[in-house]
Write a protein that binds this ligand. Structure first.
Ligand SMILES: Nc1nc2c(c(=O)[nH]1)N[C@H]1C(S)=C(S)[C@@H](COP(=O)(O)O)O[C@H]1N2
Ligand SMILES: [Mo]
Length: 405
């Protein structure tokens, strides 16, 4: 898709019948195609980042290029970035930063980074962080939100402390039910809701951590320095960055980013059509099984008769990957790829490789499809069901290369 068309479609959605196809015209064709995958990285790098695909610089919205998905760990400087609010503090003092825990607790706490690092058990875990809107460009008609390609995800080794342990130190009152989180950034207008999210206490698990380290380094500034929440297996909308405030409540708080955003139809297919939007919705939560090819990327030339190794990563919401298959005939037949050792745990990327030797010249399509231990697998893009927010896309990935003789 051309850049112009992209803006045209986005405008259409934001303003109803503005330009191009109107919402109702477009609703005849709700089928899904592959996510747009031809965007170039910017020539300007953000602090601590290599140049990435840039959607906005205020707030920073940066996508990782496809090449990154050959590696089971995403390097910090290639990791995607998403912020809702543009006023992100420009300086945070490591020594003065505190995490405030208050509300329905027996002891209100103000914890420094140092106390988090010395007074609690330190834990490490590898987990995939994926935006619920990853690959949103695949949804036709356009679904509301940033028109991400395939790169609004990454996998890192996180180090920090268990949220559970921190809450235990504060001592939850008997009627405590919700834990609210927010970061240090602000909206421009006082009327705009800040980015606050909440977790139901019954969903608290040992795996949920407050992390201060990512791949052995301090968190990059744009990925939430100095502290962020890690909720393995779930889409990252509640993985609050620059977290400075935890408020425990008895009642469910009324929060814009909980009640309106990051929700899908609460029905069997989790789907709807533009002219028949579902009233009842639920949070997106657990990640669908997914896989992406990191090499080759679309458009490159490869030699006929020469072996080429397809590389990629697969993951799901924590059930574990059972197999990844590759197809070079448009999905008619599939060959099982070789999975890397399952060393980093069930929330991490599982890297795969698969050698192929192109037999004839011309365009060659390469697809990959992952299946998890529960037997859940990825549908073809045209089988994906539409939802207005463009969430949870997990269509079979495809790249096309040119085979030269
Ligand atoms: N403080 C704060 N945390 C946040 C957000 C935000 O806007 N502010 N966005 C969330 C969403 S929707 C996503 S996809 C991830 C992105 O994490 P990243 O920028 O480290 O890739 O952060 C989550 N945590
Ligand atoms: Mo997101």
């Amino acid at each position: 898709m051309q850049r112009r068309d992209f803006f045209k479609q986005t405008l259409t959605l934001a303003g109803g019948a503005v330009v191009g196809t109107t919402f109702s015209e477009a609703s005849q064709q709700v089928e899904t195609l592959h996510p747009v995958d031809d965007r170039k990285v910017s020539d300007i790098a953000f602090p601590q980042k290599r140049p990435l695909i840039t959607y906005s610089d205020r707030p920073p919205l940066l996508e990782s290029p496809r090449e990154v998905f050959t590696s089971p760990i995403t390097p910090n400087d290639l990791f995607f970035v998403r912020w809702h609010m543009p006023m992100i503090p420009t300086y945070i003092s490591k020594n003065r930063f505190t995490l405030h825990i208050h509300g329905a607790v027996e002891r209100e706490l103000k914890l420094s980074l140092k106390s988090l690092q010395t007074e609690f058990e330190q834990v490490e875990l590898t987990a995939v962080l994926q935006c619920g809107g990853n690959s949103r460009t695949a949804f036709k008609p356009t679904a509301g939100g940033i028109q991400w390609g395939i790169g609004a995800m990454g996998c890192a080794r996180w180090k920090g402390v268990r949220l559970k342990d921190v809450l235990a130190k504060a001592g939850l009152t008997k009627d405590a039910r919700w834990i609210g989180f927010n970061g240090l950034e602000k909206a421009v207008y006082a009327e705009t809701d800040n980015f606050v999210r909440a977790l139901e206490l019954e969903k608290l698990s040992d795996n949920i951590i407050l992390a201060y380290e990512m791949n052995g380094e301090d968190l990059p500034y744009l990925n939430g320095y100095p502290l962020r929440l890690i909720i393995p297996g779930t889409y990252s909308d509640s993985w609050i960055k620059m977290i400075s405030n935890i408020k425990v409540t008895k009642e469910k708080m009324r929060l814009h980013f909980m009640e309106h955003a990051y929700r899908i139809p609460d029905n069997e297919c989790e789907c709807e059509t533009p002219d028949n939007l579902t009233q009842k919705t639920k949070p997106i939560e657990k990640m669908n099984v997914n896989s992406v090819i990191g090499y080759p990327v679309s458009g490159i030339k490869v030699k006929q008769g020469a072996e080429l190794i397809v590389r990629g990563v697969a993951f799901d919401g924590g059930e574990g990957i059972a197999k990844v298959e590759v197809s070079t005939d448009g999905g008619t037949t599939w060959q099982e790829a070789k999975l890397d050792k399952d060393e980093a745990g069930r929330y991490a990327y599982r890297a795969f490789t698969h050698p192929i030797t192109p037999k004839q010249g011309g365009t060659l399509s390469i697809m990959c499809r992952a299946t998890n231990t529960k037997g859940e697998t990825q549908p073809f893009p045209h089988e994906i069901k539409w939802n207005r927010g463009g969430y949870k896309y997990n269509g079979i990935d495809e790249v096309t290369v040119k085979v030269v003789v």
